[in-house]
Structure formats: structure tokens, C-alpha cells
Design a protein. Structure first.
Length: 286
């Protein structure tokens, strides 16, 4: 590799050695290099997803591609902090799922190889695998909200894939994963409220890599996703769904923090969605 090739790299293999808790394979994780103008922050979407402008030197860089930790042998995956914390009693179950999860991932994303440098396809597939593998974690790890986050991140990477490779149904898959995210976000809040599962196992709520929007972000995204991807065909169910979304987002404004302490972009998006929900609900009463 000459110096120019090295200077144009966007990722590297971490020196940290990982040992898969399922198959005991040893590997090094690919990480994103920081600095050097690799990431040029762009707009923040309604889903709190940070877009990045392509740079002249590095082109397009997608930080989410490198977030998940994936065993290149058995494709067990999780968020990095949880990778070695898979409960001992569930390791055999995760091992028995090996062939199924590999086959299912390849059905959606053909030609995957986690031994090579990741592209958008591997990034999206890794988030799918994270969503799937959190079934093997217990409630102390807050698996439900992490599944919601993985589903949403998969949708964002699928958006990028659809933009670069149109006509391959990645847009349909992105909607499917957003609907999964809607289910998991709502379920995580419900479980936290009834005591079935805490959210304390989630330290950084994201949803993207640039900023932590904490529990307020969870409430906002749950309401947003319910508004955008909740039931639409049954008007009675739609009204119930909108009322639930409105109650959820209203909690964001009454959590005891002053507006000055809450992230400005979050409040701006929350107000916009709250107004949109109210407008739709008013049409039911008209």
C-alpha cells in the first residue's frame, strides 16, 4: 500500500481482539477512522438521523456501517458493549441459530462476507443481525429498545443502498424495518412503564452516532414512527394510534427539564410532529 492509498482509508482494524461468545472465533473489528475531513456533517432528519456530505478526498462515508460488532464466522452480532455479555445459558441457543440467521441474512443481502471491509450491504445486514441476536439477551440488557434502534439504523442504510442501487426493492425493505422499529420502540416504552424491562441497560440512546438524545429521543421517535408507520387502513385503529402517539410525545414536554436544557432540534421536530398529529386527529372530529 502506498502513502496515497493509506491516506484515503476510512477504516482500520482495531487492535482489540474479540472472542465470539457463541463460536469462540477470534477476530478484530473494523472501525471508522476519525478526523482528516472524512465526515462533513449535513442536515438532521426528522428521524434524528445525521446526514453527511461527501468530501472531495474520501467521497461518501457512512459511520453506521461500522457500529455493530459481528462475528465473521457465525454472524452473531450485538452492540459493541454487549458482545461479550451474552448470558451463558443462551449461548447454545445462539449457536443453534447460526445456520438460520446466516441463511436469513443472505436471503435479504446476498454475497455477504464479514471477513472483508464493510460496505453498505454489510452495514445494513449487520444491523439486521443485531436486531435478531438480541432475542438471546435478557431484560437487564434492555434488548427491546436496542432492537428498535438496530431496525431504524438498518432502514437508514437501506435508504442509502436504494439511492445507490435503485430498483432492487431496498426502499420497500427500508419501510419494513421502520415498521419494525415502530413496534420495538413502542414495546420498549410499554415494558419500561409496566416494569417488565428497564431501559437502564441502554447508555447511549442515539439514535445516530453523533449525539445522544437520551430518553426524550426515545419518546419522540416512538411517537414519530407511530404517526408515520402506524395503522392506516382501519380508521378506528388509526385514531387510537394517533392518540397514543400524542400522549407519548406530550410526555417529552413535561419531564421536568426546562426547554433550555433539551436539545433544540429535538424540540423543534417534536413540536412539528405534535402539531401534525393534532391536525390529523381534528379531522376525525370534523
Amino acid at each position: 500500500m502506498n502513502r496515497d492509498d493509506k491516506d484515503l482509508k476510512v477504516s482500520f482494524l482495531s487492535k482489540k481482539e474479540y472472542v465470539c461468545p457463541v463460536c469462540e472465533a477470534e477476530f478484530h473489528k473494523e472501525e471508522l477512522l476519525s478526523g482528516g475531513g472524512r465526515l462533513i456533517a449535513g442536515a438532521l432528519t426528522e428521524e434524528l438521523h445525521r446526514l453527511y456530505e461527501p468530501s472531495v478526498k474520501y467521497g461518501e462515508v457512512f459511520p453506521l456501517v461500522y457500529q455493530a460488532t459481528v462475528c465473521p464466522e457465525c454472524w452473531f452480532a450485538s452492540m459493541d458493549a454487549d458482545f461479550s455479555l451474552l448470558p451463558e445459558k443462551n449461548r447454545e441457543l445462539a449457536g443453534e441459530d447460526r445456520e438460520r440467521r446466516i441463511a436469513d441474512a443472505q436471503l435479504i443481502f446476498p454475497r455477504l462476507d464479514f471477513h472483508e471491509s464493510r460496505g453498505l450491504t454489510e452495514g445494513a445486514a449487520s444491523q439486521y443481525l443485531v436486531l435478531r441476536c438480541y432475542d438471546f439477551y435478557e431484560k437487564a440488557a434492555s434488548p427491546t429498545i436496542k432492537q428498535g434502534l438496530a431496525a431504524l439504523r438498518a432502514a437508514w442504510l437501506l435508504d442509502d443502498l436504494d439511492r445507490k442501487e435503485p430498483g432492487r426493492h431496498y426502499d420497500w425493505l427500508a419501510i419494513l424495518f421502520r415498521r419494525k422499529a415502530q413496534f420495538f420502540y413502542a414495546e420498549a416504552i410499554a415494558r419500561e412503564q409496566n416494569g417488565r424491562e428497564t431501559l437502564s441497560g441502554m447508555k447511549i440512546f442515539g439514535p445516530d452516532t453523533d449525539k445522544n438524545y437520551f430518553y426524550e429521543g426515545v419518546l419522540y421517535l416512538s411517537a414519530y414512527l407511530q404517526y408515520k408507520y402506524g395503522p392506516v387502513n382501519d380508521s378506528a385503529q388509526r385514531k387510537i394510534s394517533l392518540e397514543e402517539a400524542r400522549r407519548t410525545i406530550a410526555k417529552l414536554f413535561g419531564m421536568g427539564k426546562s426547554s433550555k436544557e433539551k436539545p433544540g432540534p429535538l424540540l423543534e421536530h417534536a413540536r412539528e410532529i405534535y402539531d401534525a398529529i393534532n391536525k390529523d386527529l381534528n379531522e376525525f372530529d370534523a
